[in-house]
Design a protein around this ligand. Structure first.
Ligand SMILES: CC(C)(COP(=O)(O)OP(=O)(O)OC[C@H]1O[C@@H](n2cnc3c(N)ncnc32)[C@H](O)[C@@H]1OP(=O)(O)O)[C@@H](O)C(=O)NCCC(=O)NCCS
Length: 169
């Protein structure tokens, strides 16, 4: 019987988070990164998250092993965008479609419910029916598709952008 535990990520999780993410970097167009991360570079990425505030990261442990993560990040650098956060979520290749993504998002949105966030946004490379279902389930609506905005594996990819109201409407 699977037992899933969701908790804030710790720095010691970074090697496993890097491993989970690099699979999608190397093998899929789901992320537009094209070079795998080293753990050292992923530690710099990890520094954007904190135990409070808008930018959080949670991991899911499946029978004691980290099987996925979800986080919120700054959407764009200009100051007025600060009340918008962008989602990122990755489950290990063998842990997808088991309900872990939903558990992660539930914990993340619950932790952020009192933060000054007006919009959550999420973009996914098309097609990705599992990501579409997950985001719809959590109240995201597709607001449009950017066509051919990424080139990877010798072809161009479309990205569907989704938004969900924030906390203080
Ligand atoms: C996207 C991802 C995070 C979702 O996490 P997950 O644990 O697989 O998701 P869940 O099991 O909680 O939910 C999956 C949903 O997709 C649905 N689904 C699964 N396969 C589907 C398919 N082929 N077509 C349509 N819906 C599908 C499930 O029924 C479920 O919807 P429901 O909750 O309304 O029943 C995970 O699959 C993943 O890491 N994928 C690879 C990386 C990725 O795509 N990241 C997102 C980039 S934005």
């Amino acid at each position: 019987m699977t037992s899933v535990n969701v908790r804030p990520a710790a720095r010691g999780d970074v090697p496993r988070l890097t491993e989970i993410y690099n699979y999608y970097v190397i093998h899929t167009p789901i992320t537009f990164d094209v070079e795998p991360y080293t753990v050292e570079k992923r530690e710099i990425w990890f520094d954007q998250f904190a135990a409070s505030g808008r930018y959080r990261i949670f991991v899911a442990e499946d029978n004691g092993a980290v099987a996925g993560y979800a986080c919120t990040m700054r959407f764009r650098p200009k100051a007025a965008y600060e009340t918008t956060v962008e989602m990122s979520i990755y489950c290990a290749r063998d842990a997808a479609d088991k309900g872990i993504g939903s558990r992660l998002y539930a914990a993340l949105f619950d932790a952020l419910r009192n933060e000054d966030i007006r919009r959550y946004v999420a973009g996914y490379t098309m097609p990705n029916p599992v990501s579409a279902a997950l985001h719809e389930r959590f109240g995201f609506k597709c607001v449009g598709v950017f066509t051919e905005v990424g080139r990877k594996f010798g072809r161009y990819w479309d990205v569907a952008w989704n938004e969900r109201p924030g906390n203080l409407d």
